[in-house]
Design a protein around this ligand. Structure first.
Ligand code: SF4
Length: 301
């Protein structure tokens, strides 16, 4: 017995039941990404609800004890409030769940509006993973993210009012070596304003072509000299500057991806100084050791 599963899930959803609502990414334009074409899913489609519910029935047979659910792929809310609400209500009836989560683009939440977000919360969706990436509009525009800091602030307010936890992703290196300070400062400012429940840090990795599809669109920009990648040490300094500026309360801050050069983790504001001390201790190590460490950290999806 098999069922369709999302191609990608957040590391924190490793125990979750995985439900594929959409295939690929409808936006598919972010310069730093291109992940779904790279994994062999270049186009976008919404799966029929009947097929999704058949997968749910199968999961109920295989893993009836499932406590958390994740809906994929990149932007399942494109299926619409009515469809997602029906699915979420169905999942709540079929399983004893503490959490139902999904990836969502800020621009999709913006289109659904405050009422749409409230309806999703009422149905039982209670956490959203959102690619914040950067708080700098200049950097977001360059990377064709299709969102602004203002838009993120607005949808974060709706989510907060609806009682949906917000888990955001920050991408170190997105400003390259020239805009790294702007990237860290503007991102900290946005995080301080929206105070998400989770801040999850990643490092930009410009991945090559795979057997299934093309490499990241940013490869062409780098080859043309239009984007100068951040250095490994610069990435650590970005993390340090970001944490120095964070005043957000209540967030769990975590570098929960293998690509991170430094994996600090803690509750804000309680553990901020301890995380900074960890970074400072690393930067105080001899240059040769630091270089060795950077070489040893792998890059993977
Ligand atoms: S970052 Fe997200 S929205 Fe942008 S192309 Fe990749 S999957 Fe799509």
């Amino acid at each position: 017995m098999t069922f369709e599963q999302p191609l990608i899930r957040p590391p924190s959803e490793w125990r979750s039941g995985l439900i594929r609502v959409t295939r690929g990414c409808d936006w598919n334009r972010c310069r730093f990404c291109g992940i779904y074409p790279n994994l062999g899913e270049p186009s976008f489609s919404v799966r029929p609800l009947a097929d999704i519910l058949a997968d749910v029935a199968l999961l109920r047979q295989l893993r009836p004890e499932t406590e958390t659910m994740f809906l994929g792929d990149a932007d399942p809310l494109q299926a619409g409030v009515a469809t997602i609400s029906e699915l979420v209500r169905h999942l709540r009836q079929a399983f004893s769940l503490t959490r139902i989560t999904c990836y969502a683009r800020a621009s999709t939440l913006n289109k659904l509006g405050r009422d749409g977000v409230m309806q999703l919360a009422a149905a039982g969706l209670n956490r959203i993973h959102l690619g914040l990436e950067s708080g700098s509009d200049e950097i977001l525009r360059y990377h064709r993210k299709g969102q602004s800091a203002k838009m993120v602030r607005e949808v974060a307010t709706w989510l907060h009012d609806a009682g949906i936890e917000l888990s955001v992703y920050v991408l170190l290196g997105l400003g390259g070596s020239s805009l790294w300070r702007q990237h860290a400062l503007a991102t900290a400012e946005l995080l301080n304003a929206i105070e998400p429940a989770f801040i999850r840090v990643r490092r930009l990795w410009v991945y090559p072509e795979s057997p299934y599809g093309p490499g990241s669109p940013l490869l062409g920009e780098i080859a043309a000299g239009k984007f100068q990648p951040q250095s490994p040490e610069g990435t650590v300094l970005e993390l340090q500057l970001l944490l120095q500026q964070l005043t957000a309360r209540g967030a769990e801050f975590t570098c929960d991806h293998e690509n991170n050069y430094i994996k600090v983790k803690g509750q804000l504001p309680r553990d901020r100084l301890a995380m900074l001390a960890q970074i400072e201790a690393f930067l105080a190590r001899p240059a040769r050791e630091r270089e060795q460490h950077y070489r040893e950290v792998g890059s993977r999806i």
